[in-house]
Design a protein around this ligand. Structure first.
Ligand code: HEM
Length: 459
């Protein structure tokens, strides 16, 4: 048998070239600007550098992203194909290690093995009834709002968007109170690609091992117990890894979706007017945000299973590719006019596509939609407390996170009534006109659970 000749390789970006670096201050300051530069220079697939100046490809076209995501035979989800990893060019403490070190999870395999693992995840997630999930969201949203309602001010990122998905998710996986906010912090840290990402990853894994052994002796109505009893008979290690995956996949993404939507509601008069005037429903508003500011800007990654070509670029076996979800969503080929509303169109890339398309999207949407609905109903006169230009983002390779969203509003009692005497009185903004609910069904006092109280109280 003869070995096929290796195709001549196109030179990648020169190491250290800031024009191609997807990390570092320049890239993080304006990732969308960088994507457009790369699109102008290279077309729909661009050579880039990730941490440590390791080469990769960033897929910028909408169609090309779909091609890559939907063709696992050419572009595998399995990081063991990564040539740089196999050649020892990726140190163990590399910031991307939590996202590239292979684990026995559905996220890192293809084909039949993927179907086996993914079936356990999707069928266990489907056991939650929608109304039940929304009830949890409503209850936790009310509790969070109850912590700051009387003060007339809040940071909607730290006080609402970030804790809400994790409170809901820890409840859905059946995690006990004793796990504490450390789990929330560690889960967030490990996806940020920070210097402490590796140790945070270890902390999360240990906490989840404990959870699995508890649920074996005392099962409940939760995701962990349903994974344990699923007919695919996952091993303990597989269950731990899938819990870890679900928490991480759900937390940062849903927090970003809530924060991004609230920011637009607070800063874009037209958006608010459409929402409050009934021209746009809240679910439609979320889809618009999923197009314009997807919670994950990129997804790391896919790995070429053989030498191939994509949009005129010669991709070599073992090359790493990043799905450019944010870039693909604004591909001029499908959206020549970015100002046109999309009216609930769901063909964006925010949840990716193909066999690995997000299986938790309905839960993510339910948390964001219900949480925002409760917030806007309870505090209808929310106003941004700083200039829009003073808002700051924290960017990483995969996501761009609003660091805070300070707001003011008329102080309200814990049950949603206006606090008397009102410390500050402002007219209702024209756009958000939903009346405050006098008596939320599940509102009132914060959770009795000790760590939830600590989490709710961290300000
Ligand atoms: C707005 C919120 C969310 C967004 C934007 C989002 C987005 C994504 C994206 C882009 C992927 C990568 C797919 C790929 O590699 O091609 C993904 C995978 C995944 N997500 Fe989500 N996600 C969200 C919420 C959730 C929630 C709430 C859960 C769990 C309840 C979840 C569970 C997962 C899992 C398990 C995977 C891996 C699936 C696989 O590889 O087969 N996600 N998500």
């Amino acid at each position: 048998m003869t070995t096929p000749p290796t195709p001549p390789t196109r030179p990648g970006p020169p190491p250290g070239c800031p024009a191609h670096r997807l990390y570092g201050p320049e890239a993080e300051a304006d990732p969308m600007g960088l994507y457009e530069k790369l699109r102008a220079e290279h077309g729909t697939v661009a050579p880039v550098l990730v941490h440590g100046d390791l080469p990769a490809w960033l897929v910028l076209g909408h169609r090309e992203n779909l091609d890559v995501a939907r063709t696992p035979s050419r572009f595998s989800r399995d990081p063991r194909h990564w040539r740089d990893m196999r050649q020892g060019n990726v140190p163990a403490d590399h910031p991307l290690t939590p996202m590239t070190a292979w684990q026995p999870v559905c996220h890192f395999v293809d084909g039949q093995e993927h179907q086996r693992l993914r079936r356990a995840v999707t069928e266990s997630l489907e056991r939650f009834d929608r109304r039940g999930v929304r009830r949890y969201v409503k209850r936790f949203a009310e509790q969070l709002i109850g912590r700051f309602a009387e003060t007339g001010r809040a940071d909607l990122v730290a006080d609402f968007a970030e804790p809400l998905p994790m409170l809901v998710m820890t409840q859905l996986v059946g995690a006990p109170d004793s796990y504490g906010p450390r789990l929330v912090e560690a889960a967030r840290d490990m996806i940020q690609g920070t210097a402490t990402a590796v140790s945070s990853n270890e902390y999360v894994t240990v906490a989840l091992r404990e959870l699995v052994s508890r649920k074996k002796s005392v099962p409940g109505h939760d995701f962990t117990s349903w994974l344990l009893e699923h007919s695919t008979a996952l091993s303990d290690e597989e269950i731990v890894e899938h819990l870890r995956l679900v928490l991480i996949a759900a937390f940062e993404t849903t927090a970003n979706l809530i924060a991004n939507t609230l920011r637009i509601v607070l800063t874009d008069r037209r958006f608010r007017a459409n929402l409050s005037g009934g021209h746009m429903t809240l679910p439609d508003a979320l889809e618009q945000v999923l197009w314009d500011e997807p919670p994950l800007m990129t997804v790391l990654g896919r790995w070429a299973t053989g030498d191939t070509e994509l949009a005129g670029q010669r991709i070599r076996a073992g090359d790493m590719l990043l799905l450019g979800l944010a870039a693909g969503n604004v591909d001029p080929g499908i959206r020549p006019d970015l100002t046109l509303p999309l009216h609930g169109n769901r063909s964006h890339l925010a949840f990716s596509s193909g066999p690995h398309e997000c299986p938790g999207q309905d839960i993510g949407r339910a948390i964001a939609d219900t949480g925002i609905d409760v917030l806007l109903s309870r505090l209808p006169d929310l106003e941004l407390a700083v200039l829009e230009t003073d808002l700051r983002w924290n960017s990483s390779l995969m996501s761009r996170r609003l660091t805070s969203l300070p707001v003011t509003f008329t102080p309200r009692g814990a049950t949603g009534t206006t606090a008397a005497p009102a410390a500050v009185s402002r007219p209702l903004p024209e756009a958000v006109t939903a009346p405050a609910r006098p008596d939320p069904v599940e509102g009132g006092a914060p959770s009795r659970a000790p760590w939830w109280r600590r989490l709710l109280g961290r300000r």
